[in-house]
Design a binder for this molecule. Structure first.
Ligand SMILES: Cc1ncc(COP(=O)(O)O)c(C=O)c1O
Length: 351
């Protein structure tokens, strides 16, 4: 087993950094009068709401999430979407112009974009034809400057889970950070990798409220990791990265887990129905298995079908430019009515 030592891969400037110390993180207690943060003491035009800076560590939100996800508060980072966690990881561990990350296309686009913004190189090893990790090729894709491997499971845009044995191989044999992006985990019939944090000091699990919880507009994502890695996140994040409004609304949403589960079940049923009904169309060549809230399909002519659906006011995502996704469209599962409209449009395309 490769040895993971956080200090060996943390950037020097981050190691040496004295983080910004905000007024609200320095004081803990029961004061009545807050004259410490240059806020507007008279309040705002919103019934005096939101004139105070928010909790920099989102304690109430983390408490609730901890109960739902069975992850200790000390192992949770809350980000402005999981996209913030991706960016912070790259900034913490990858030296611009020197280090690289490893990704497995076709996959979620932000790993590459975030790396490029930070002038960090991107090594790519394609998934296999059946969209699984190619461990033999991965061995050659890792070098001394590889600091982070991003694994997306269920994978976007292919929809499938990656085999646990392969992810475990990475965790055991790579001495940098292995990120398992579980944005779509609530639609999948498996346990989260967050339940195995204690086994792997180099594991970072990402989840989000944007998918199963239906809160893409709120921008809340999570990273679960060792306390040492969470400390790094907290050291370099903007002090007030989650607004008070967002913290309040996210907490309110998390109170209703049953409703979120119900919606997830409806979407899973709708996905199964779509998978079945899409089989009737000859111009759909392959319907890939999905453990997410979307389906990837390979069609006869993706560009033509994409534009036809637009003409029917239905937008899907054309993923044909991605490797191994020639002529492929990614279709998000809609409401029952939306799915019906999609199927009707597809029937008319055939004629
Ligand atoms: C795999 C994956 N990770 C992360 C994200 C972004 O999540 P968030 O909305 O929390 O930034 C997406 C969004 O589509 C995604 O598909």
């Amino acid at each position: 087993m490769a040895e993971f030592i956080l200090d060996n891969i943390l950037r020097n400037n981050v190691k040496k950094l004295v983080p910004y110390s905000s007024a609200r993180s320095e004081f803990e207690g029961d004061a009545q009068i807050f004259l410490d943060a240059n806020e507007n003491s008279l309040g705002s035009t919103l019934n005096n709401n939101f004139h105070r800076y928010p909790d920099p560590l989102q304690k109430k939100l983390k408490q609730k999430l901890s109960t739902i996800k069975n992850v200790p508060v000390k192992n949770i980072f809350v980000g402005n979407g999981s996209d913030e966690a991706i960016d912070l990881l790259i900034r913490a561990f990858c030296n611009p112009g020197a280090d690289n990350i490893l990704i497995f296309p076709p996959t979620y686009g932000m790993y590459e974009v975030s790396a490029e913004i930070n002038d960090v190189a991107v090594n790519k090893v394609l998934l296999t034809e059946d969209y699984q990790l190619d461990i033999e090729a991965i061995k050659d894709g890792i070098n001394d400057n590889t600091k982070i491997i991003f694994v997306c499971s269920p994978n976007n845009p292919t929809g499938n889970l990656l085999k646990s044995e392969s992810i475990e191989w990475l965790l055991k044999n790579f001495n940098g950070i292995v990120v398992v992006d579980e944005a779509y985990i609530d639609f999948a019939p498996i346990q989260s990798w967050s339940q195995r944090l204690s086994e792997f000091p180099n594991l970072v699990v990402m989840q989000t409220l944007s998918k199963a919880w239906g809160l893409a507009g709120l921008r809340i994502g999570f990273a679960y990791a060792s306390t040492e890695i969470i400390h790094v996140f907290n050291k370099i994040k903007p002090p007030y990265n989650i607004s008070e409004a967002t913290q309040q609304l996210a907490l309110e949403a998390l109170q209703n887990e049953a409703q979120a589960k119900e919606k997830t079940n409806v979407l899973i049923q709708q996905k199964e129905r779509l998978m079945k009904d899409l089989k009737q169309f000859d111009f759909i060549r392959t319907i890939y298995p999905s453990d997410a809230n979307f389906i990837l399909v390979k069609v006869e002519d993706a560009k033509d079908l994409y534009h036809y659906l637009i003409s029917k006011t239905i937008v899907v995502r054309n993923r044909s430019s991605q490797p191994l996704c020639e002529n492929s469209l990614r279709i998000t599962v809609g409401t029952p009515d939306e799915n019906e409209s999609l199927l009707t449009a597809l029937k008319n395309y055939e004629e």
